[in-house]
Write a protein that binds this ligand. Structure first.
Ligand code: FES
Ligand code: MG
Length: 577
């Protein structure tokens, strides 16, 4: 049995217990909300960081689901305080939610620091909400549980299942190629997102919630439950009950997010066929926990972990709803158990191995075995070379294998509008061997590294029947994207990385097996170009964007702000007034 703290040791007692004027104010103002002192005195106060907003369809159910969390907290003898946090809606936020992931991380940390709370429930799911909430809560260090929003139901169009994102890109290319009508397209729009919950492909949302579970930060199996399933409601009240116990047990995240937990998260990410965005967020979260995860570690895991989840876009057939019915993440982790550290602790207070006991797979085609994988290696590969000295990322299983070894002339764009005009030009002078390049879209240059990396296929090639080509950028791409896209090229062009030196017609060479990405231009010429290079102007002259561009790290180290990193300097202790 874990040792239990006394109620006088609760952090919230610093606000509520002293017999002084300031504490009297806290008590009086809690009574102002209609609560009697016996409802909170001596009880764990639980912050619920709720990323609900009218502008976030993925979290629409959080408005009411939070009541189920509160029910569980009350049942277990705790006192809930719901604290709204930045919603980061992937559907609406421009230019990219990635510009605000660190803002949410700051908000999560400071909401917890400044309020009278002993533990936290983090309600997120839409892409950047998971890393943002987890990064901030890790830095604050109070006991916490992650409550994943759950995937939405499968999309439906004329009897076919539609997958978020992936099928939008696919049908949009068909519309551009003239093979489906505007009316059919409208039916796709209406059918592709038909319930609340996050994207139900293995995009960034499903990847990051699976990672949160593999880190030990959710209740067992929580990340796979569809948002609209009543099991999700019961899981939410169970989260409320469990967080109260975690406070009494003082089960802080530093006991959970260790090197072993991070290793498990990396392995699970690879086996799910994860989004390329996982790289940036895994590194950032691990570093907040004091674990120095690198791109090389991720590449090693990628080489030795097969993809087991047959979920689009890496898998060909299924969606998250099928994954849940097949046994969900627990079934996948049970199949991977020889590659996991089962001794890692979880929020349940028991080891990962214990949480996997009895896990079964009910559909061997949805969740494959190690000897019958979807793809023999992991989801991602890390490339280095004279074009990306500190690294770039590719998703080999999601691109046409003929591009795994490829060279071709570069066609370079310095802005998204310039690139967009070219790809819509039916007479563009381009061959299927060309390498389309977009730069100026990295962490500082974007700023915020927008998801522009799956550059649209040029109409000129689509009309000739081509559906893939090699594309390269310092941007990210959506986790639901696919194709031969080399992303996160680091250092980015905005800071003078070699990508800035590339010119139209230069030969770009990819060798996936050797993990190389190079420009075939000699060093003297590159040096001349380096000397002639002029740094582009900053896009923001003031405000948050200005601060972002000054403090954001490069993609290979996770895009955190330098001053938020664990080693930057000490944080003061608890507020004493
Ligand atoms: Fe929210 Fe995809 S738009 S997860
Ligand atoms: Mg996304």
């Amino acid at each position: 049995m874990p040792t239990r703290r006394k109620s006088t040791e609760l952090r919230s007692a610093k606000w509520f217990a002293p017999d002084d004027l300031r504490s009297s104010g806290h008590r009086s103002r809690t009574m102002q909300m209609g609560y009697a002192p016996e409802e909170w005195t001596g009880k764990p106060v639980i912050a619920i960081l709720n990323t609900w907003s009218d502008a976030n369809p993925c979290h629409a159910h959080f408005k009411h689901r939070v009541d189920d969390v509160k029910r569980g907290i009350f049942q277990a003898g705790g006192f809930p305080l719901e604290l709204p946090a930045l919603s980061l809606s992937e559907s609406y936020v421009k230019p990219t939610t990635m510009l605000y992931r660190n803002m949410l991380a700051i908000e999560a940390e400071e909401l917890l620091r400044s309020h009278p709370v002993d533990g936290a429930v983090l309600m997120g799911g839409c892409d950047k909400t998971t890393p943002g909430l987890v990064m901030g809560a890790l830095s604050m260090g109070l006991p916490m549980i992650y409550l994943p929003a759950g995937p939405m139901l499968r999309g439906n169009y004329r009897g076919q299942y539609l997958g978020s994102g992936s099928d939008s890109w696919k049908f949009w290319d068909e519309r551009r190629a003239g093979t489906i009508s505007e009316k059919e397209w409208v039916e796709v729009e209406a059918g592709i997102a038909r319930s609340y919950g996050h994207c139900m492909t293995m995009g960034t949302a499903s990847t990051m919630t699976a990672i949160a579970e593999a880190l030990g930060l959710t209740l067992p199996g929580a990340s796979s439950i569809p948002a609209a399933d009543s099991n999700h409601i019961r899981m939410s009240s169970a989260v409320g009950r469990r967080i109260v116990e975690m406070v009494w047990e003082d089960l802080v995240p530093s006991k959970i997010v260790t090197a072993a937990g991070v290793g498990n998260a990396v392995t699970v990410a690879m086996a799910t066929g994860c989004s390329t965005n996982a790289v940036v967020h895994l590194i950032a979260m691990a570093r907040r926990a004091g674990v120095d995860l690198t791109l090389d570690d991720l590449d090693r895991a990628g080489r030795t972990t097969p993809v087991l989840a047959n979920i689009r876009p890496t898998g060909k057939a299924y969606l998250m709803e099928d994954f849940y019915y097949a046994g969900g993440l627990r079934a996948l982790m049970a199949k991977l158990s020889s590659k996991l550290d089962l001794s890692a602790l979880t929020v349940s207070g028991v080891t990962l191995g214990e949480t996997l006991e009895g896990a079964k797979c009910y559909n061997e085609d949805v969740i494959r075995s190690l000897d019958n994988p979807v793809y023999h290696e992991g989801s991602l590969a890390v490339l280095k070379g004279n074009l990306a000295p500190t690294g770039a990322v590719i998703k080999p299983a999601a691109c046409d294998p003929r591009f795994h070894k490829h060279q071709g002339p570069a066609l370079v764009f310095d802005s998204y509008p310039e690139m967009k005009a070219a790809v819509d030009d039916e007479n563009l002078d381009i061959t299927p061997d060309h390498v389309m390049v977009l730069r100026g879209a990295g962490p500082q240059g974007g700023p915020g590294m927008p998801e522009w990396g799956m550059l649209p296929m040029p109409k000129a090639l689509l009309k000739k029947g081509h559906r893939d080509m090699l594309r390269l950028s310092d941007a990210r791409m959506s986790g639901t994207s696919y194709g031969a896209c080399i992303l996160h090229v680091s250092p980015e062009s905005h800071v003078g990385g070699p990508l800035a030196l590339l010119r139209n017609g230069d030969i770009v060479r990819l060798d996936l097996e050797a993990r190389r990405i190079d420009i075939v231009v000699d060093e003297d010429e590159l040096q001349r170009r380096r000397e002639a290079w002029v740094k582009p102007e900053e896009k923001f002259g003031r405000g948050y964007g200005w601060m972002f561009a000054r403090h954001v790290a490069q993609a290979d180290t996770g895009c955190d702000f330098d001053f938020l990193e664990t080693g930057f300097g000490p944080t003061p202790g608890e507020p004493d007034i």
